[in-house]
Design a binder for this molecule. Structure first.
Ligand code: HEC
Length: 183
């Protein structure tokens, strides 16, 4: 019993000494722990692409829903279902008018406030198993197809950096600012 108390005290003293030594030496001395590597400008360019709700950041290229439908059946239908409904993963169309009701059905069409962020999302994250493999033209066409399925645009309307920000989403007025942006 007595021995074990002494052992505990000794261990505690040792821990304090080690800790003091570590803190005294490096951590608070402004010395970097030398972890990681500096990332290159090329790599930053590859991952630093954001499309803002306003359409800022949209790249060149274009596509319509007719082309988008073909691409959708190849790259997306397996998970999101025919006509973007009833697949094993989320519906991208339908649910319109349900958001303020008792059973809201959130889809890209019923919920998302900006058409531009559909482009951003697909380019960044889809197809789920192979993100980053679609060209900008393909992403524009797929975005156009999803918009068309949701009744936002006609099937031959061309989506590009100028037209996509003008596509008005059904729920674009359904959001309120939690705080005033000017404050
Ligand atoms: C292997 C299955 C798979 C494939 C193929 C796939 N997706 Fe998805 N998709 C998902 C999953 C899973 C999510 C949900 C991801 C999450 O919430 O993190 C998702 C989410 C999305 C969303 C956001 C839905 C929402 O309401 O938040 C969009 C838009 C979308 N996918 C579009 C596409 C398009 C376009 C393609 C074809 C280019 C595609 N997906 C192919 C699995 C898939």
């Amino acid at each position: 019993m007595f021995t074990s108390k002494i052992t505990k005290i000794a261990v505690n003293i040792l821990i304090i000494l080690i800790a003091q030594n570590i803190f005294a030496d490096d951590v608070f001395d402004g010395v970097s722990p030398q972890l990681g590597v500096v990332i290159s400008d090329d790599y930053i360019e590859q991952i630093d692409f954001v499309v803002m709700p306003s359409g800022d950041g949209l790249p060149g290229g274009s596509g319509n829903a007719v082309t988008g439908k073909v691409l959708y059946s190849i790259h997306c239908m397996a998970c999101h279902g025919p006509d973007a409904k009833g697949g094993i993963n989320g519906d991208l169309a339908g649910g319109h008018g349900t958001i303020s009701g008792p059973i809201p059905k959130k889809t890209v069409g019923s919920y998302w406030p900006y058409a531009t962020i559909i482009f951003d999302y697909i380019r960044r994250a889809m197809p789920y198993q192979l993100p980053g493999t679609l060209s900008n033209n393909e992403v524009y066409a797929l975005t156009a197809y999803i918009l068309n399925l949701n009744g936002v645009i006609g099937e031959d309307e061309l989506m590009n950096a100028q037209t996509l920000p003008k596509a008005k989403m059904p729920n674009s007025e359904g959001f309120i600012w939690a705080y005033s942006p000017s404050e």
